[in-house]
Write a protein of this length. Structure first.
Length: 265
């Protein structure tokens, strides 16, 4: 979670998008392409565009591909109990992830793929923020007011190619001086995460000397609709890769396995 010292470096206030975490939005030197293909909006979109991970599983007998997406974070701790519970390879760094596994029909139009990508991205984002709200991170981190908004900007950067310059212009980033003034006037106890936001397209706005017009979240960042289930994708409850020798599964639109009728002898 960001704090006051991150203003101008990683954090900025904007007139139309509220507080922005530049790391989540993929702005500046924070924009990196993760080599783990299950992480990052860019890799999520690559998976869906190229129908990367094949499978013999089907939805209503229609060919599909698998999608694996996760969001992750790490933190250090001096707690001996937490070290024992969460340490990896003897390290003291806590690494936690929230995964989503999906089955998507092949050959869908690009517009529908964008909608499904947004659905997966937001599902995992909400799950990840909910996880941060619980043990061992507790209340300060999950759904911090800048997180989901910044995530969404990063998604549009990956899927629609929205540039850093466009994001800054559309959101109307303010100066370091103005951002500091908003923080000092509005952020209580020095914790931006004390104010929550569970809507990725409705920022929290504050009075700012550099914002001269009524704030309005840019329509570009609402142009992709979040997919509703219509039988062309489902969410697996767990990693769907089948052990060798297991039968292929055919699902209905609700994600239930369609059992083959018994053979009449």
């Amino acid at each position: 979670m960001t704090d006051r010292s991150d203003i101008d470096h990683r954090l900025a206030y904007s007139c139309n998008c509220g507080w922005i975490d530049k790391g989540h939005a993929g702005i500046g030197r924070f924009r990196v392409v993760n080599t783990d293909l299950t992480q990052g909006a860019i890799n999520l979109w690559k998976q869906i565009q190229s129908e990367m991970y094949g499978t013999s599983d089907t939805i209503n007998n229609k060919p599909c591909f698998r999608v694996h997406y996760r969001q992750a974070m790490g933190t250090t701790t001096n707690s001996q109990v937490l070290r024992k519970l969460f340490a990896f390879d003897g390290k003291t760094l806590l690494r936690v992830s929230h995964f989503g596994h999906y089955l998507v029909q092949k050959g869908l139009p690009k517009e529908r793929k964008e909608e499904i990508a947004l659905r997966i991205f937001l599902d995992v984002s909400y799950g990840f923020e909910s996880m941060q709200s619980g043990f061992p991170f507790f209340l300060s981190s999950g759904f911090s007011q800048e997180d989901l908004i910044s995530n969404l900007l990063g998604f549009y950067s990956a899927v629609r190619g929205v540039s850093e310059g466009q994001i800054k212009q559309l959101c109307q980033f303010t100066s370091k001086h103005a951002s500091l003034a908003v923080w000092d006037a509005q952020i209580k106890n020095g914790k931006i995460g004390d104010v929550k936001n569970r809507d990725s397209a409705k920022p929290n706005f504050y009075p700012c000397s550099e914002c001269k017009t009524q704030p309005q979240f840019p329509s570009l960042f609402k142009s992709i609709k979040r997919a509703m289930p219509t039988g062309d994708f489902i969410q697996y409850k767990q990693d769907p890769e089948l052990p060798r020798g297991q039968p292929v599964r055919n699902y209905d639109a609700l994600g239930n396995v369609i059992k083959k009728p018994a053979t009449v002898k």
